[in-house]
Design a protein around this ligand. Structure first.
Ligand code: GCV
Length: 830
């Protein structure tokens, strides 16, 4: 008891704003003893803005963790000291630094013994390297590592390590799940850019060196003179942290901003326009990073309007930026979203390769093709894009999505590092020797001047930056992998946990295990065997919507019907997509015998009774994985509960609430998918679960007072396809008599929490109020469906046969206090 009390009081109250840069005071006596010999003095021999940020950061970190104020001195002192500088400068002082290369924005942390003193040297290949080295040193201290005898050299794998923000000038964020933009509000750059400065610091701490600040669906007036002046303030806030600002540009800007009668990239007037626009930008923002371009995609105009190619457009922009050192990241996310779904040969997955492979070698050397890691669009499971292995003479950057658009929108835990790591390690066989994606991006396979990785981050004004405290591991891990793609997901998860929640071994072990399991858990209950995330494709991409991907032009088809499921992408009988891979990758996917189970339905159309390598039929796998996934989601709660008192109360409660919500929504997903496939295939679950819910009492079958039964659309997102709504302004109620054996039960109510009102619910047993809750979440829909279906589990209590349970629902606004069903749970209560 005494111990747990002590632990609880030692935990800090935290909002999550500090993210992994908490620099929590170190209490561990062994560590304190170890760090007692660290220098008391610091000197920076480099006087750049970035080196000065590094020195201040060092002082701040040491002060916060070790309660020690560093003395910053102007010259190398005759005492132990932290010494910051570029490798070139420091070589002239310390012979120990003579041999050994550090390139790019790399750094060298070295303990140097010189004239009887111990110097902790933070040497950067350039000024950014000094900053990255400083963050690395502080991170080691925060993780209680030994820093007394350093000799670590690190060089980032790739020069382009950017995040993209899909922020709109009005302050909203496309696919952003953590509040409003930190950059924009009401058509302007925010007056207060404090959060922007803090964001840049966070990014720099994991080696990210660029940030594209506006939505790739770019508002044309981003490039107006007035707008550029405002945007320059964002670049100013980034600059101390070595983060360069980039902008998404609309290819039609010459016409929309300056009323030219064309935006044809081959028209000399258009070329002159881009050139003079680039000059104007660099006058305002000397370290401007470059342009990101989304063109001929999802309604954005592009060079195809004039019969020109993406290379024609990209090169015009690139030539305008070239003299200033800027780059163009041209997105390969170009596809026709009006595909003919009746055509069995039509295939969106083919688009990027079909369009860009013929252009290999036609792009200027400061153009980089930004290629999504999979051929569709950030689904829970996709194969690696064949385009990544299909370009020998073109710079490439791989795009991943930190914001969890198709992976739970930061309401579900989904640690994406294992997914990205699988992609980075995947051998595309672009040459006879191994050619993993990470080597292709680093220019090790085909010599190329530029390459990198871009993560769509979409942080927002919410204190946690990404809303779910555990989701920040994806931003952290993105930076770490971009810096060093050889790091393991386990290492990254452990580092992040130590920095974010402290070094308690149980905390580190538990959170790491939860993170590492989470992608597989999410995949298990949202989409089987590579069929894609079975979400509402034409809407918000959150809850289940199995048929939404079919019979439309968007091409995210899974082609499930009565007999089978999957896209036939074989060369032999399908769309031929598999032929875009080099051998032996193509052969592996083409043959049913060698195609991995987890991508089977991406590559092949098979019957439900087809047997997987695992020995199960496809249909049984669908049932099993969704039940197992939902159970595993519930187990996350049990794991988290072991940490009560070991992490601060605020984040403990916050994460617990989110995990409880996730477990409830995993049941919604499980049931929607299992019921849909049961009905569509007509093949029962051999374990008898799908379609059988003996502990469930459907609301529409209860005694109703004021409530009315309604059909829910899509039908599979409500139990039995129906629910009840209250269409009056006063309370309605549902009630039923308990017909189970006497015992302890938790009462789980499945209700709908629409975002157009705040309904209230009161639960009574035999007329006595036992629980009450409010439907005040901001789920992404004003309707009763799979986005809003939510589970509330009341505290366990003893019930007897014949007891009466009543739920009163009070509507508010458009939220009609909808109820789907009640389930009496015997185990796992609360
Ligand atoms: C910015 C997906 C998203 C869109 C996004 C697009 C893209 O389709 O749903 O919101 O648009 O990808 O990457 O350009």
């Amino acid at each position: 008891m005494a111990i747990s009390l002590l632990r609880a009081t030692e935990c800090l109250a935290e909002t999550g704003e500090a993210a992994w840069l908490r620099y929590a005071p170190i209490k561990d006596p062994h560590a304190l003893k170890q760090y007692a010999s660290l220098p008391q003095t610091a000197v920076s021999l480099d006087h750049s803005l970035i080196a000065s940020s590094a020195e201040k950061e060092l002082t701040r970190g040491i002060q916060s963790m070790l309660a020690r104020t560093l003395r910053e001195v102007p010259k190398l002192p005759n005492e132990n000291a932290f010494v910051l500088g570029t490798v070139t400068d420091l070589r002239s002082r310390f012979s120990e630094l003579q041999s050994g290369q550090v390139t790019g924005d790399g750094f060298w942390l070295k303990t140097v013994h010189h004239r009887g003193h111990a110097y902790t040297v933070i040497a950067g290949a350039d000024e950014s390297g000094i900053l990255y080295g400083t963050f690395a040193l502080l991170s080691r201290v925060a993780q209680l590592q030994d820093v007394s005898n350093l000799d670590d050299r690190e060089t980032p794998a790739e020069p382009i390590r950017w995040v993209d923000q899909w922020d709109n000038l009005n302050g909203s964020i496309e696919r952003g799940y953590a509040g409003r933009s930190i950059f924009f509000d009401n058509g302007h750059v925010r007056a207060d850019l404090t959060r922007v400065n803090e964001y840049a610091r966070l990014l720099a701490s994991v080696g990210i060196n660029g940030c594209n600040v506006n939505n790739v669906n770019a508002a044309p007036d981003v490039l107006s003179d007035a707008s550029l002046k405002e945007l320059a303030r964002i670049a100013d806030a980034f600059r101390p942290w070595g983060v360069r600002m980039a902008l998404s540009v609309n290819i039609a800007s010459p016409q929309t901003v300056d009323k030219l009668d064309t935006f044809d990239p081959l028209d000399p007037r258009v070329q002159a326009w881009w050139s003079s626009k680039a000059d104007e930008i660099y006058r305002l923002i000397p370290d401007f990073a470059g342009f990101t371009v989304k063109a001929d995609s999802e309604g954005q105009l592009g060079p195809s309007s004039y019969g020109r190619t993406p290379a024609d457009a990209a090169n015009v922009l690139a030539r305008a930026l070239k003299a200033h050192g800027g780059v163009v990241l041209y997105r390969a996310f170009v596809y026709n979203h009006h595909l003919d779904w009746r055509d069995p040969k039509a295939d969106r997955a083919r688009a990027a390769y079909d369009i860009f492979h013929p252009l290999d070698g036609k792009f200027d050397d400061n153009v980089v093709l930004q290629i999504k890691h999979g051929p569709i669009d950030f689904q829970a499971r996709e194969p690696v894009s064949p385009l990544l292995g299909g370009l020998e003479h073109t710079n490439e950057a791989m795009e991943v999505q930190i914001t969890q658009e198709y992976t739970g929108q930061q309401r579900h835990l989904c640690f994406l590092i294992p997914m990205w790591k699988e992609v980075l390690d995947f051998d595309l066989h672009a040459k006879p020797a191994p050619t993993p994606v990470k080597d292709i991006l680093a220019g090790k396979v085909f010599q190329r001047p530029l390459g990198g990785i871009v993560g769509v981050a979409n942080v927002g004004l919410d204190a946690n930056w990404l809303e779910h405290p555990l989701a920040m591991a994806n931003l952290y891990g993105f930076g770490r992998l971009a810096w060093d793609p050889d790091l393991s997901p386990q290492t990254i998860a452990e580092e992040w946990t130590r920095l974010t929640f402290g070094n308690d071994p149980l905390v580190v072990q538990t959170i790491t295990a939860m993170q590492l399991a989470s992608w597989h858990i999410y995949e298990s209950y949202t989409g089987p065997l590579g069929a894609g995330t079975m979400t509402d494709i034409i809407g918000v991409h959150y809850g289940p919507g199995i048929e939404s991907s079919e019979r439309n032009g968007w091409g995210q088809w899974h082609r499930a019907d009565h007999d089978g499921i999957g896209m036939d992408r074989t060369v032999a009988t399908g769309t031929g997509y598999i032929g875009q891979y080099h051998e032996p990758v193509a052969a592996m996917y083409e043959s049913l015998a060698s195609c991995p189970d987890n991508l089977l339905l991406f590559m092949h159309h098979v019957s439900y009774t087809y047997k997987l390598h695992s020995g199960k039929t496809v249909i049984q796998h669908i049932y099993d994985s969704h039940y197992e996934g939902a159970e595993a989601a519930a187990h996350l709660i049990t794991q988290w509960k072991t940490l009560q008192g070991r992490v601060d109360d605020e984040r403990y409660k916050d994460v617990l609430q989110r995990l409880i919500y996730q477990a409830g929504h995993a049941i919604v997903w499980r049931d929607a998918i299992c019921e849909w496939f049961l009905k569509t295939s007509g093949i029962p679950d051999e374990k008898g679960r799908a379609g059988h819910h003996p502990n469930r009492i459907e609301a529409e079958l209860m005694e109703l007072d004021g409530y009315t039964p309604v059909e829910i659309s899509p039908w599979e997102t409500a139990s039995g396809g129906k629910a009840v709504t209250c269409d009056r302004s006063t309370d309605c109620s549902v009630s039923f008599t308990v017909q189970r054996a006497d015992g302890e039960y938790a009462i789980a109510t499945q209700y709908f929490d629409q975002n157009d009102g705040t309904a209230q619910f009161h639960l009574y047993v035999n007329g006595k109020l036992v629980d009450a809750w409010v439907a005040d979440d901001d789920l992404p829909s004003p309707k009763m469906n799979g986005h809003t279906s939510t589970r509330h589990t009341s505290p366990a209590l003893t019930l007897k046969t014949g007891d009466t349970i009543r739920i009163d629902g009070l509507p508010s606004g458009g939220d009609k206090a909808g109820i789907d069903y009640v389930e009496l749970e015997t185990s796992g209560a609360n």
